[in-house]
Design a binder for this molecule. Structure first.
Ligand code: OAD
Ligand code: ZN
Length: 255
């Protein structure tokens, strides 16, 4: 089916929607040049498997290696800017003021684009916290404030002296119950979910579209490749988010 016709179908579903929710994955940041978690890492890091570095066990065994891995990822993400997909989602908030974005991404490109209602299931790579959350979960630590001498090593929590770690969810770690509940409520009360740029491999994030469908809502997916979500999507727009989303938002504005 021609993409233009599918865009019109998506616009019709969105015009009829009163409670929209959005689920994003690494694909929405791809056109900002942010490598997805599984993209080949280069240089020193090419020899490592990222899924074996992003774990509590790796941090406990080799804190400096894991800390440096995240410093590397923060450094390559720093120049990234919101792309037209992030900006189109921020524009959608004007038409759907209650709209929430459930994101699996740890970059802050939705915030930079102006979106304000974001449920960050996997944390924020630019934030750090005490690895013991000694003052409560999360005990955020602003690393710039920690004694600069330590920055060559893994910074220490100013409260308890434990290592500081990135405030992201690692493999094998549980998601915050509050965030997961918020995402489930947003998905169960939506009459329409836009799923953008996720392979739908990692749960519980990938369960959210099913929650919307079970509650009677519809699911629209934007992805250039079929994903685990495609079989349950009412409409699959096969293409790049940075191309398709602005066209949907423009057509909505005219509607
Ligand atoms: P993946 O890298 O698994 O999937 C990215 C998806 O984006 C793929 O389905 C691509 O086809 C799609 N894609 C690529 N370019 C796109 C574009 N321009 N527009 C739209 N879609 C595009 O990333 P996620 O599904 O987000 O978890 O991965 C989920 C989680 O796996 C991550 O949050 C991370 C990782 O383990 C944690 O770190 C806990
Ligand atoms: Zn502490």
């Amino acid at each position: 089916m021609a993409i233009e016709h599918q865009i019109q179908q998506a616009v019709a579903l969105m015009k009829a929607s009163e409670r929209l929710v959005v689920l994003t994955g690494a694909g929405v940041s791809k056109e900002s040049g942010v490598p997805t978690f599984r993209d080949a890492l280069d240089g020193l890091w090419a020899q490592y498997d990222p899924t074996r570095l992003a774990t509590p066990q790796a941090f406990a065994a080799t804190p400096k290696l894991v800390w440096d891995f995240y410093e590397y990822r923060r450094q390559i993400m720093r120049p990234a800017l919101p792309n037209p997909a992030h900006r189109a989602l921020a524009q959608l908030e004007r038409r759907f003021p209650e709209m929430q974005i459930i994101t699996q991404n740890v970059d802050d490109l939705h915030e930079q684009a102006g979106s304000t209602r974001i449920i960050r299931l996997h944390g924020n790579i630019n934030a750090n916290k005490c690895s013991k959350d000694c003052q409560g979960d999360p005990t955020n630590v602003v690393v710039a404030d920690v004694d600069s001498q330590q920055q060559r090593d893994v910074p220490r929590c100013p409260h308890c002296g434990s290592y500081v770690r990135p405030d992201v969810v690692w493999f094998g770690e549980m998601l915050s119950v509050e965030l997961l509940d918020a995402a489930k409520i947003a998905s169960a009360t939506a009459d329409l979910m836009l799923v953008i740029g996720t392979s739908g491999v990692v749960i519980p994030a990938a369960d959210m579209p099913q929650i919307t469908r079970r509650a009677g809502g519809k699911v629209i997916e934007i992805n250039p490749i079929e994903s685990n979500i495609t079989p349950i999507a009412d409409l699959w727009l096969c293409g790049a988010a940075g191309d398709i989303l602005p066209r949907i938002v423009a057509a909505l504005a005219d509607a």
